[in-house]
Design a protein around this ligand. Structure first.
Ligand code: PEP
Length: 260
């Protein structure tokens, strides 16, 4: 992390877990374990139906509400979809796009992810854009080519002003929900590579300011080392974000000195 140049962010991804009735008790337990002074933004991305509950319950604990997906369309006859304006209306400040589970189970491609990121930006919501390689791609030494393509595609047509509202999450697919974490060196290498891709497109200053998160089995034990890497500015947390004590330990791990 380098808090001098960019914001540290710990974002939880509840996926399709929890119920609305569980939001308040979760936040109460989280608040009881959270550090008093804030060293990062704490975000919880819930199913869309719980965002309003999170906005209400999270206020006092300074937890920011986020969503996990959005429609690329502004409004209209798209049954079942939720628009960026509707998410903004209920108080979502962040929204994940391009999670590997949406790419895998819903056939989302890079063009769609780009359209969703733009829809969020237009509504004033910060997109958390997920990128990551499969195990096969890593073994074929294609990691950085693949990720560079995903980053370029996701950011296509997004100018430097809008980039300031974007967050990139590096999530190797093989590390998501598997208990298999990338080593701090592996995660740092890719996050540094992502920053280099952004530098090529936008220049040094915007690249230095963009927050890049690591996600993939981050937990209370490995968070400190991962977050100690110079280009890892936070985490996108799945499993451990469902446990208030574990999640708060990850938040605590952001209280370390900045490195470059
Ligand atoms: C995720 O789903 O974004 C994720 C990182 O999950 P987990 O922490 O459970 O690997």
């Amino acid at each position: 992390m380098n808090k001098k140049y960019r914001k540290a962010i710990i974002a939880g991804n509840w996926k399709m877990n929890m119920l609305s009735s569980g939001v308040k008790p979760f936040i109460e337990e989280l608040k009881a374990n959270m550090p008093k002074s804030k060293t990062c933004d704490v975000v919880l991305c819930t199913p869309a139906v719980m965002v309003a509950n999170m906005v209400k319950a999270g206020k006092d604990a300074k937890v920011i509400a986020g969503a996990q997906d959005v429609s690329k369309y502004e409004k209209g006859a798209y049954t079942g979809e939720v628009s960026a304006a509707q998410l903004a209306d209920i108080g979502a400040k962040y929204c994940i796009v391009g999670h590997s589970e949406r790419r895998q189970y819903h056939g989302e491609d890079d063009m769609l992810i780009n359209a969703k990121a733009k829809a969020l930006l237009a509504a004033g919501i910060n997109p958390i854009i997920c990128v990551g390689e499969s195990l096969e791609q890593r073994e074929m030494d294609l990691t950085m080519e693949h990720i560079a393509y995903q980053v370029k595609a996701a950011l296509s047509g997004i100018d430097a002003t809008a980039l300031r509202h974007c967050v990139i999450a590096y999530e190797p697919i093989w590390a998501i929900g598997t208990g298999k974490t990338a080593t701090a060196a592996q995660a740092q290498e890719v996050c540094e590579g992502i920053r280099a891709v952004i530098r090529k497109i936008y220049g040094a200053r915007p690249a230095r300011a963009v927050s890049i998160l690591y996600g993939g089995s981050m937990n209370a034990k490995n968070a400190f080392e991962l977050l100690g890497q110079p280009d890892i500015d936070g985490g996108l947390i799945g499993g451990a974000s469902l446990k208030p004590v574990d999640f708060s330990e990850i938040v605590k791990a952001t209280a370390q000195d900045a490195k470059e």
